[in-house]
Design a protein around this ligand. Structure first.
Ligand SMILES: O=C(O)CCC(=O)N[C@@H](CCC(=O)O)C(=O)O
Ligand SMILES: [Zn+2]
Length: 328
């Protein structure tokens, strides 16, 4: 961790008290409901104040968001009174971050639901419960606007280096505002996913009424090895969000996709029909076979589909990829 700023190191070690100091001194109410979770709220409790949850490290080897958030919090700590909303920071899986692995026992980002079957005994199940308790109480305390950005990085390269998944039913003004903000943050593609997912952002959207997005910023890399300049727009948009300012001028709206089908690994025979170099958003033409699982064959439907998050190494029963179609 040599060469990393103090705030980035503190976040990577889930030492959120190392970040809280200057906010507490500036009069914010500081709470740490569990390890790696920090809440900064206004002491003059105002139900009209927006609430923002920023989470990183839900997967331990996805480090660019940890670095990005470390820098944002370090900058904000110079003028802590500029924080314009009630904020919760979650460092998702500290043990996995330390081990530089996606997870220790099982994928934390499939545990934000009641359906955990075989992995109920995993270390991540305890952590998911802890995070859900803190999250539910944070959003229950107020906030006419509730936001959650769960920051990740993808395993594979992507034809859109920064993209987002928007869980649940998101329509009208909320959808328009979120897409506009994502555009200003340099997010090139947004995937609407109404399927139940067990992900953190699906939990905050469904159970807490938040406007939520999983945001993918580049690719998995070791801490300190990320080129954050590729995500300057996301950094500037988040910095403005924290201060209640207008987002920077947008490069345009993201391209919008929706999930056409999920590739689910039902057995150890599951195979993708393409290789491990195929990037996210690679196109497949109608009728093409994209995966096979014993006798079951996954084929593209009537229009071009694009593959996202293909991963044959997931546990049986989990999604091994999404096939999406362009809608806007
Ligand atoms: O690149 C990959 O295969 C995974 C990257 C990642 O962790 N993505 C999230 C997306 C969550 C969502 O669908 O909202 C995940 O798979 O948990
Ligand atoms: Zn992830």
């Amino acid at each position: 961790m040599d060469g990393l700023s103090q705030a980035v190191r503190a976040l990577a070690q889930a030492n959120v008290s190392g970040i809280a100091g200057s906010f507490g001194n500036a009069g914010w109410s500081v709470r740490m409901p569990a390890s790696g979770i920090l809440q900064l709220t206004s002491p003059t409790h105002s139900p009209r104040r927006p609430r923002l949850l920023l989470s990183v490290g839900i997967h331990g080897d996805e480090t660019a968001p940890i670095e990005l958030l470390g820098h944002l919090l370090h900058e904000l700590a110079q003028t802590p009174r500029a924080l314009a909303l009630d904020l919760m920071i979650v460092v998702g899986n500290p043990a996995a971050i330390e081990q530089e692995k996606r997870f220790v026992d099982a994928d934390l980002n499939r545990m934000f639901s009641d359906h955990r079957d075989a992995v109920q005994a995993a270390a991540e199940a305890v952590r998911a419960d802890e995070i859900m308790r803190a999250t539910a109480s944070f959003f229950a305390e107020g906030g006419t606007q509730k936001w959650h950005f769960d920051l990740h990085t993808a395993i594979r390269p992507s034809l859109y280096p920064a993209f987002a998944v928007l869980p649940g039913v998101l329509e009208g003004a909320r959808r328009h505002i979120l897409l506009g903000w994502l555009g200003s943050a340099g997010i090139g593609a947004a995937i609407l996913n109404r399927n139940p997912a067990g992900t953190y952002s699906a939990y905050t959207a469904g159970a807490c009424g938040a406007t939520s997005a999983t945001i993918e910023l580049g690719q998995v890399a070791a801490l300190g090895c990320n080129d954050l300049s590729r995500f300057d727009a996301a950094r500037a948009a988040l910095a403005a969000f924290l201060r209640g300012g207008a987002p920077p001028a947008s490069a345009g709206m993201p391209h919008v996709f929706k999930v056409a089908q999920e590739l689910v690994k039902r057995s150890e025979s599951f195979r993708l029909a393409f290789d491990r170099d195929t990037p996210n958003f690679a196109a497949f033409q109608p009728g093409m076979v994209v995966a096979q699982d014993g006798a079951a064959i996954y084929r593209v439907g009537a229009e071009t589909e694009y593959v996202v998050f293909p991963n044959p190494d997931v546990r049986i029963g989990l999604r091994a990829g999404l096939m999406v179609v362009r809608v806007e």
